[in-house]
Every structure is written in structure tokens, then in C-alpha cells.
Design a protein around this ligand. Structure first.
Ligand SMILES: NC(=O)c1ccc[n+]([C@@H]2O[C@H](COP(=O)([O-])OP(=O)(O)OC[C@H]3O[C@@H](n4cnc5c(N)ncnc54)[C@H](O)[C@@H]3O)[C@@H](O)[C@H]2O)c1
Length: 337
């Protein structure tokens, strides 16, 4: 049995807590929002985020962050990416040397263009930072529906340890050493999910969705490989796998926000209606800055930025994507003649 601390009691932190309790581990969850801890202790259900899912009796909720971090084999960082730096900063003095921190958030910092593991390492240099990512909606993991996911860690021992702790008959965990590739796929899929939602909102069909997913992963991979990610990671769970689920799922808040914009709502109206942090909006800005920095063509990311920040109509953006210069599917097209 392992002892796991979870920082962040939103949908994902709670769902992973349920999974880990069911795996027989000790789980202590902390939230920056004290009223959330009171509600969870009182109701033993995350009423807003995982309604109808009873929390295991063994799951401990605390307002004392040290209780969630002291003597833990693993600390899971499960706050939305906009809070990753501030949360890591607040933990820096209480984290022990070589403490394993598994980041499960998805995003890139807009101002620095750093990935979340890089931010955590900068704030908590003594930690051993790993990531967990893949097609895994909290609503389904919380209900024990079969899910596959990927752990990225710097050393083999850490990767296999995390794999063992999280694995179960409903949660199959693969390992990888490509932390950067995993994080780029995780952050940028939310931008394509906004586009997929916009297409849904416009009333477009499955062909459009498949086009966005396929060409979306092509541009994510183009950037990710130049940044140092491995090409095969983008064909795996944290690449195309996560992109498929985010673009297709009823649970995706990014897709939902995009859909509302496709139906004519402004970005502000759409995010207010979704109520939760729409990370793709932040990642869109970071992605376009990275595209410029690495001199990579990212047409979908570009159009999403124009819709979000320059009030371009969604329909016009699709038209502009369709009428780009004709080209081969892959840059390295090889002809026999
Ligand atoms: N929900 C999912 O299905 C899912 C799946 C995989 C990965 N993720 C990723 O996990 C991360 C968390 O997602 P979520 O769905 O749990 O989000 P959420 O919106 O449900 O999380 C909100 C939680 O963040 C914490 N929080 C709020 N304000 C804070 C602050 N100022 N400082 C620190 N913590 C604060 C609170 O515990 C709050 O409940 C995101 O990056 C998301 O992309 C989510």
C-alpha cells in the first residue's frame, strides 16, 4: 500500500482519489478552497463535479496542506494549470528531497511558454517530477469505466512505481520517458478541442471533426518534435488518444466552450456558461507564441487565436483553413517519378 497526497479537489483530483482508494492506497486530499473540503467531508460526494459518485470512506479530506504532503510516497498535483505555479510555489518549503510529484494538469504557461513540469521543477527543484496524461475524463474514471493512460518520468524506477500504484482492472497505465512530448500533446489538444466544438456549434459533421483531429495532431506533432518530443508519443495515448476523446466527448469543457462560440456566443459568454476554467483559451495563446518561436506552421491554432482574440467569425476561419494553399499531406512526400 502506498500513501498518496492529492493537491486539488476538483473533478480530476477527486476521481483519481477514488481510483487510488479503490486500489487500497491511503489517500489524503487538500484543496485551496476550504469550503470545498467542508462540503466533501459533509456530503461524501463532489456534488457539482462528480454527482452521484459516492466517495470511499477511506478518502481523507484536509485543510492542512502538510497532512496531504508529509510522508507521502506520491503527491498528485491536480489543480487547473493556471494555478500550477502558485500552488507549486506554496509547496516549495514543505516538499522533501526526491519527493515524487505527479502533475496531472494540462497546459503551458502563457507568459514563459514553460510546460507544467518545468514550472514545478523551477519552483520545487528538490522534487522528482512526473506526469500522468491520456484520454481520461474524470466523470468516467470516477465511475470506474475502463481507461488507459500514460505516465512520463525521468527514471525507470519512478515510472514503474507510479504505474504500479495507479494500475487496476479499470485503469491501465503505460510508461514513457518522453515527458515533454506528453505535455505538449496534453496542452495543445485543448486548443484543437475548441476548434472541434466550434465545428459542432456551426452544425458541421463527422468529416469536419475527423479533419480537425487528424490535421490537429499533425500540427501538434510538428511543434512537439521540434521542441524535443518524440514523434511516436504523438501517435499514442497522450497525443492522438487524448485529442480524440477531447474533440468527441460530451464531458470536454473546451469542446463545449467552442460549441457555444460556434453557435454565436462570444468567448466571454461561452466561458461564463461553462463555469469551469477553459484551459484551451490560455494554451491557444501559448501555442501561437511557440509556433512563432519555433517557426512552425500551425494553421488550426492560428485560426482559433483569431476567433478568440480578434473576433473572427468561426465560419470564416473554417473557410480560410479550407482554402489554404494546396499541399501534400506530409512534408516528406516521396514520388517514384
Ligand atoms: N476533469 C478531467 O476529466 C481531467 C482529466 C485529465 C486531466 N485534467 C486536468 O487536471 C487539471 C484539473 O482539472 P479539474 O477538472 O480537476 O479542474 P476543476 O476545475 O474541477 O478544479 C478545480 C479545483 O482546483 C482547485 N483550485 C481552485 N482554485 C484554486 C487556486 N486558486 N489555487 C489552487 N487550487 C485551486 C480546487 O480544488 C478546485 O476544486 C486540469 O489541468 C485538467 O486539464 C482534468
Amino acid at each position: 500500500m502506498a500513501n498518496v497526497g492529492i493537491i486539488g479537489a476538483g473533478s480530476w483530483g477527486t476521481a483519481l482519489g477514488i481510483l487510488l482508494c479503490n486500489n487500497g492506497h491511503g489517500v489524503t486530499v487538500w484543496s485551496a478552497i476550504e469550503s470545498e473540503i467542508d462540503m466533501l467531508n459533509e456530503k461524501r460526494e463532489h456534488v457539482d463535479k462528480l454527482p452521484g459518485v459516492k466517495l470511499p470512506d477511506t478518502m481523507v479530506f484536509t485543510k492542512d496542506v502538510k497532512e496531504a504532503t508529509d510522508n507521502k510516497d506520491i503527491i498528485v498535483l491536480a489543480v487547473p494549470s493556471v494555478f500550477t505555479r502558485s500552488t507549486a510555489h506554496s509547496l516549495k518549503d514543505i516538499i522533501k528531497k526526491d519527493q515524487i510529484i505527479v502533475n496531472v494538469a494540462k497546459g503551458i504557461e502563457e507568459t514563459t511558454l514553460m510546460t507544467l513540469s518545468q514550472i514545478i521543477e523551477e519552483e520545487i527543484p528538490q522534487a522528482n517530477v512526473a506526469v500522468l496524461s491520456g484520454p481520461s475524463h474524470a466523470e468516467e474514471v470516477g465511475r470506474g469505466l475502463p481507461t488507459t493512460i500514460l505516465v512520463g518520468a525521468k527514471d525507470k524506477e519512478t515510472a514503474y512505481f507510479i504505474q504500479k500504484v495507479f494500475s487496476s482492472e479499470v485503469f491501465r497505465v503505460y510508461v514513457s520517458s518522453d515527458i515533454l512530448g506528453i505535455e505538449i500533446g496534453a496542452a495543445l489538444k485543448n486548443v484543437v478541442a475548441l476548434a472541434a466544438g466550434m465545428a459542432d456549434g456551426l452544425g458541421y459533421g463527422d468529416n469536419t471533426k475527423a479533419a480537425l483531429i487528424t490535421r490537429g495532431i499533425a500540427e501538434i506533432k510538428r511543434l512537439g518534435v521540434l521542441m524535443g518530443g518524440r514523434p511516436e508519443t504523438f501517435s499514442g495515448l497522450s497525443g492522438i488518444g487524448d485529442l480524440i476523446v477531447t474533440c468527441a466527448s460530451q464531458h470536454s469543457r473546451n469542446r463545449k466552450a467552442g460549441m457555444l462560440m460556434g453557435q454565436g456566443k462570444t468567448m466571454k459568454e461561452a466561458t461564463e456558461e461553462v463555469k469551469m476554467v477553459v484551459e484551451g483559451i490560455y494554451s491557444a495563446k501559448a501555442a501561437i507564441a511557440l509556433a512563432k518561436k519555433y517557426n512552425v506552421e500551425m494553421p488550426i491554432v492560428e485560426q482559433v487565436n483569431e476567433i478568440l482574440f480578434s473576433d473572427k467569425p468561426c465560419k470564416q476561419a473554417v473557410k480560410d483553413l479550407m482554402l489554404r494553399d494546396a499541399k501534400p499531406e506530409n512534408d516528406d512526400a516521396q514520388w517514384s517519378k
